[in-house]
Each structure stands twice: as structure tokens, then as C-alpha cells.
Design a protein around this ligand. Structure first.
Ligand code: WTA
Length: 650
């Protein structure tokens, strides 16, 4: 290991910080010693229709059951809006920054209330009720947040699908949760390009119908005014509908463990899983982490650059910040449009204090040169955050020194769709920083490292990251498939939640996430199952077999490397390569675009027919000197061909 540069907490970070190191140590010790007492106290940070008397009731053994605050009653939209109106009705809740820099909007809490109530009344008018699943396939416009909050107001379960997913991917998600109501927009707008959301929705609805789910209503928000197809009786214009309803809607009283939302995420096998989060524990956890991790103070302008289609958008654009009465910035565009300075210009324009983004964006911007950054002021910045993938020390130092002028703490936050909120992270006024380390656990979080056999590793060690006790923001189940939940997360290491990540703990007890140890890859901060890309490839009629692995990529973190065996009689060609790339984009979406396709006459398999991915990973990394033992292969000769035709020759 090269020497690690420690960035100590600077006096300015400590000055008004909510948590200093002594407080961190004290609270952390309390939180793990007596979780019931700790969360019993912090559960009160949200408002309740009916207070809870029980706090934690969880078990990671056997059938696995996770309940928090179970006899309490509350409502998420009521916590994110209504309770703020008296004190901050005229404060901006959402700053919307459009794709076009001349396009922006501010929405106060009073306005948010009216928008969300109308939205909820429209849903209600068309039959949406508590427990129904509503699919949201939207661009980054405030109406996406209204739609989410409107669902929670009624107790409907939203399933937000990222606007970059294809009709096929959308259809699979509609069908999996039998969602009969879809909210979308005519088109999205990103980097000046139009995204045909309504057209995709139309196609998805056809596909879902064939699978057995009939979508009854499509509510369409007008974003660009682009031409779209219209199905009378099924499609509804949002602007027409909201004109017919009142701007008041009573929030439904929800039990703490009533489902809040489903969010599909990729695993190492099979189709994406519907991660289910519930009402109260989730809200307590995301609001608390939003406040302390970002050292959020009343009046701060906070910007998370994620998309609401991902968990980061759910927890840290919408629910955490709004539960805290914050001003949250929502950005429709991309980091390099109209110029490479866009992020920093938006920070100056809206005087952003807290900025939260992904390493992949930082690496891309770093590559375009410092001048794009240094020509802006960024004086308003007080906290910088990173999320979604490991941040390499070079990108970290650049973020710190160039973006933050060496004066702003970076919180490298490790978490997952499944965890609901941030689990391992520095706190700005408390934690000495090391470039590339997510540092220490948040309150109540008990990480543990184990080796491949499940042996617990103590002290400085390298292993697989588990969490040994529950926290309120944890997912409760896989929608419709509790066995899969137990199998995926609690069977590898009995009685522990297994994250799927590898991790090193150093001599100071700091955690360094080293990346996934399963067949999940992380491409530009987008999580993807290699199995999904493989199944997209083999659905092409010229493909007989495919194996997909990740390889290190300078900007994306990981690139997608595909080994493809063609049907007998099919010849490989550049044209076919392109056809396969397009095919994967059509099946999943542009985020799954293969970077490399290698045509392979055979794949390395054991005698029992199992593909040896370890070997494929090494070849994709151009590190075939370290192939290890290949003697167990059914046909060791295939490896020579794979090496000779590798696509990543240095
Ligand atoms: C990875 C995103 C290193 C990790 C919130 C995890 C990270 C997966 C970090 C979850 C980080 C996320 N450092 N790796 N700070 N944050 N990851 O579900 O591999 O989209 O398991 O949730 O991203 O991705 P997901």
C-alpha cells in the first residue's frame, strides 16, 4: 500500500458542526449498545399520528423479519410537506435547474403542498388507492417528486423506473409488481437530446400486456411538447387533470411497516429484484443521515446530482432533504452540457452549500482540465459528497483540492439500494479523512468482515462486508419473493446481512470498500448484473452463449466486457458486433452498452459445465499472466484462443 494521506478535520469544519468526534464516539457507542433506546429517541425526529411504543423487532435468522416502530402510524408526504408549512411555507423546497441553463424554477413548501395534493387527488380520482403499485417513468422535473410524494400521501406504493431504461426493462418492472397505473412525460431532455419517454411507455405497455399485466391509465406530464401517440380512454394529460381537482388532500394514516416503495435493482443472478422499503424506519433513517452526514443546517442549499430513478435520488434528493425542511436542488441535465463547467456554474448560480455526486462524473470532469473548474467561484461550498462506487484516491484528491480548494470536507458515503440510506461515511466535523476510504460506520451500524468461510476477521483485515444487526432504513423484503430476500442476503453468512462488497479495514478501524465480490458490476455508478447483460445477448438469435464481466475503466469505474459464442454457422463481423451492441441497448438501455465484445469459439468451463469467470475477468483485464490454475477446465485450449483475441491489449 502506498502511503495514505490523512486530511485532518479543519477548525472551520468543526466550528458549527452538528457532530464532533467526541459526540460521534459517544453516540456510536450508545447506538450499538442499546439500539432500542437510541432509535427510540431518534424516531421522534419525524411526526407521528400515533406514537410507537415498540422500537426494534428484527431477526436475521430463519425466515428473517425486520420491523421498526411497528405500532406507530405516520405518513411520509405529511412529514415532508405539511409539518413544515407553518414555519417555512414560503421557503424554497425544490430548486429545479433545467437541462437548458436558462430554464429554472423554484417551488416553495406551500406550492409543493398544493402540487402534491392535486397530484394525489388526480391519482385518487382514477382509482389509485392504498397498497396499489404505481410506476413512475419520468425525467428529472419537479413533477417526478410530486408523483412520488402523491403516492405516499395515499399510501400507494411507487416503483420509479430510471428514464434511461428501455421499453423491455420498463415492461419487466411493470409486470413484476402488477402495476396498472403509469406516470410519465411526453419526452425527457438531457444534454439537449430528447428522450422518448411516452413512446417507450407505449411499447412497454404492449410488452407487459403480453406478459399478463394490463396498464389501465397513463398520466402524462408535458415536458417538451414533442409529438406523441395518444390512446383515448387510457392516457391522461397531467395539466388537464390537475385543473379538475382540489389543492387539498388528507394524508392517509400509514402503519410504520406499510410498504412505501419498490425499487428494482440488479443482483448476481436472475431478473432485477424489487427492493421493498417501508414507511417509518426508512424516513427516520434517511432524514437522520441526511442531516448528520451532510452536516445540514437550516437554510443550506443542498444538491444531489443523482437521478430519482436510483435510490440516491429517492433518499437524498426527495425524502431525506424534504423531511428535514431543506432546499433541495433537482437537476435535469448532465455534467458536460452545455459545457464542462456546468456543475460548478450551477453551484455558483444557486449558491449551493452541499454538493453530492458520483466518482464517475468527477473522473470525466477531471479529464477535461482544471480550468473549467477554476474559472468558477464555488465559494458557497461547505460539504462535498461522493456515492455509488469506490472513489479512487486521485479523483478524491482532485475533488478536494480543485473543486473544494482544499477547504471543504468530502464525505465518501457507502451504501446500497437495499440499505435505504448511508451506512459507512465520514461526518464532516468529526472524522479525519483518508482519500478513498468511506471511513467509519454511521450510528447504529455494525459492520463485520468475514472470510470466504464465514470466519470473523478482527482488527486490520481484508474480507467480505457483512452487517450484523438491523438499522431502520433496511429493506424489508424482495417484493413478492421473501425467500429470494432470505436467500440473497442472509444465507451466505448465516444470521448476517451480506452486502456483496469486498472491504478492507485498516489499523484505525477505517473501512475501504474494494468493490463487488459477486457478479454485479458498477458501470458509471450504475449497478448492473452481468447475468442481465448475458440474457440480453443470448436473446439475439445469432448468439449461442455469452459471458459478461467487468474490467477496470478509467472513467466508468468498470466497463462491460462480453464474450460471445455464436450459433453454429454464424460468422463474426464488425457489423454483427454493432448489431449486438444495439441489441443490448434495446433490451436494457444505453447504460448497459457493451464496451467490448469478444467473439469466442468456446468459453472456459469446468468439467461440470460451470463458466470460470475468474479466468474471463483476468483476460478482460489483460492480466492473463495471472490466470491461475486452468487444469480443471474441460478444454484448456479455449484459453489460448481467448488470450490471443483479447480486446483490451495494452
Ligand atoms: C457500490 C448506490 C464504494 C457498492 C447508493 C455497493 C460504493 C453498490 C459506494 C450499491 C462508496 C456505493 N464506495 N462503493 N462510497 N457507494 N458503492 O444499490 O459496490 O446502486 O454495493 O446503491 O455500489 O449500488 P446501489
Amino acid at each position: 500500500m502506498s502511503e495514505v494521506h490523512v486530511h485532518r478535520v479543519q477548525p472551520a469544519w468543526k466550528k458549527n458542526a452538528l457532530i464532533d468526534n467526541d459526540t460521534y464516539l459517544k453516540w456510536y457507542a450508545e447506538s450499538v449498545k442499546n439500539p432500542d433506546k437510541f432509535w427510540g429517541k431518534h424516531g421522534k425526529r419525524i411526526d407521528w399520528f400515533k406514537p410507537y411504543s415498540k422500537v426494534e423487532n428484527t431477526s436475521f435468522d430463519g425466515k428473517v423479519s425486520i420491523k421498526w416502530f411497528e405500532d406507530g402510524e405516520t405518513n411520509v408526504s405529511w412529514n415532508c410537506i405539511d409539518r413544515h408549512l407553518k414555519k417555512r411555507g414560503d421557503q424554497t423546497a425544490i430548486i429545479w435547474e433545467g437541462d437548458n441553463p436558462y430554464d429554472d424554477r423554484k417551488v416553495t413548501y406551500n406550492e409543493l403542498y398544493a402540487h402534491v395534493c392535486r397530484f394525489a387527488n388526480v391519482l385518487k380520482k382514477h382509482g389509485v388507492k392504498k397498497g396499489d403499485r404505481v410506476t413512475i417513468y419520468m425525467p428529472m422535473i419537479p413533477e417526478a417528486a410530486y408523483a412520488m410524494l402523491a403516492c405516499t400521501r395515499l399510501g400507494a406504493i411507487h416503483s420509479v423506473v430510471f428514464g434511461g431504461f428501455s421499453p423491455d426493462a420498463l415492461a419487466g418492472r411493470i409486470d413484476d409488481c402488477k402495476s396498472t397505473f403509469v406516470i410519465t412525460a411526453d419526452e425527457g431532455l438531457r444534454g439537449g437530446k430528447h428522450v422518448p419517454l411516452k413512446e417507450n411507455t407505449d411499447k412497454a405497455i404492449e410488452i407487459a400486456a403480453k406478459a399478463g399485466t394490463k396498464v389501465e391509465k397513463v398520466l402524462v406530464v408535458r415536458r417538451t411538447g414533442g409529438k406523441i401517440n395518444w390512446v383515448a380512454g387510457r392516457d391522461l394529460w397531467h395539466h388537464d387533470e390537475i385543473a379538475t381537482v382540489k389543492a387539498d388532500c388528507k394524508p392517509e394514516k400509514m402503519k410504520a411497516e406499510d410498504p412505501l416503495f419498490i425499487l428494482y435493482t440488479s443482483g448476481s443472478t436472475g431478473k432485477p429484484k424489487g427492493v421493498l422499503h417501508t414507511t417509518a424506519g426508512y424516513l427516520v433513517y434517511v432524514s437522520m443521515t441526511h442531516q448528520y452526514v451532510f452536516d445540514y443546517h437550516d437554510g443550506d442549499i443542498y444538491w444531489c446530482t443523482a437521478d430519482v430513478g436510483w435510490v440516491t435520488g429517492h433518499s437524498y434528493i426527495v425524502y431525506g432533504p424534504l423531511a428535514n425542511g431543506a432546499t433541495t436542488l433537482m437537476f435535469e441535465g448532465v455534467p458536460n452540457y452545455p459545457s464542462q463547467s456546468r456543475f460548478w456554474e450551477v453551484i455558483d448560480k444557486h449558491k449551493v452549500n452541499i454538493f453530492y455526486t458520483a466518482p464517475t462524473a468527477l473522473r470525466a470532469l477531471m479529464g477535461s482540465g482544471d480550468a473549467h473548474v477554476t474559472k468558477t467561484s464555488r465559494k458557497s461550498l461547505r460539504v462535498l459528497g461522493s456515492v455509488g462506487e469506490p472513489i479512487n484516491p486521485e479523483a478524491w484528491e482532485w475533488y478536494f483540492n480543485v473543486v473544494g480548494n482544499g477547504k471543504v470536507p468530502i464525505v465518501d458515503t457507502w451504501w446500497q439500494t437495499e440499505t435505504g440510506g448511508i451506512l459507512i461515511t465520514p461526518l464532516p466535523g468529526a472524522t479525519n479523512l483518508k482519500a478513498g476510504s468511506a471511513t467509519r460506520p454511521f450510528f447504529g451500524v455494525k459492520p463485520q468482515l468475514v472470510d470466504g468461510d464465514g470466519k470473523v476477521l478482527e482488527g486490520a483485515a481484508d474480507g467480505n462486508l457483512c452487517i450484523t444487526d438491523s438499522w431502520p432504513g433496511q429493506m424489508r423484503t424482495v417484493y413478492g419473493d421473501h425467500d429470494r430476500f432470505v436467500q440473497t442476503y442472509f444465507s451466505t453468512y448465516k444470521g448476517k446481512y451480506f452486502t456483496g462488497d469486498g472491504c478492507r479495514r485498516d489499523e484505525d478501524g477505517y473501512y475501504w470498500i474494494t468493490g463487488r465480490v459477486d457478479d454485479v458490476i458498477n458501470v458509471s455508478g450504475h449497478r448492473m448484473g452481468t447475468a442481465e447483460v448475458e440474457s440480453a445477448l443470448v436473446s439475439h438469435d445469432k448468439v449461442s452463449e455469452a459471458a459478461v464481466v467487468g474490467y477496470p475503466h478509467d472513467i466508468k469505474g468498470q466497463g462491460i466486457y462480453c464474450y460471445v459464442t455464436l450459433m453454429a454457422g454464424e460468422a463474426s463481423s464488425e457489423a454483427l458486433r454493432k448489431e449486438l451492441v444495439d441489441h443490448v441497448r434495446k433490451e436494457i438501455g444505453a447504460i448497459a452498452t457493451p464496451d467490448k465484445i469478444q467473439f469466442a469459439p468456446g468459453l472456459p468451463k469446468t468439467r461440470s459445465g460451470k463458466i470460470m469467470r475468474r479466468i474471463l475477468r483476468k483476460i478482460a483485464e489483460d492480466d492473463f499472466g495471472a490466470l491461475g490454475d486452468t487444469s480443471t477446465l474441460a478444454d484448456p485450449a479455449v484459453v489460448d484462443d481467448l488470450v490471443a483475441n483479447r480486446q483490451n491489449k495494452k
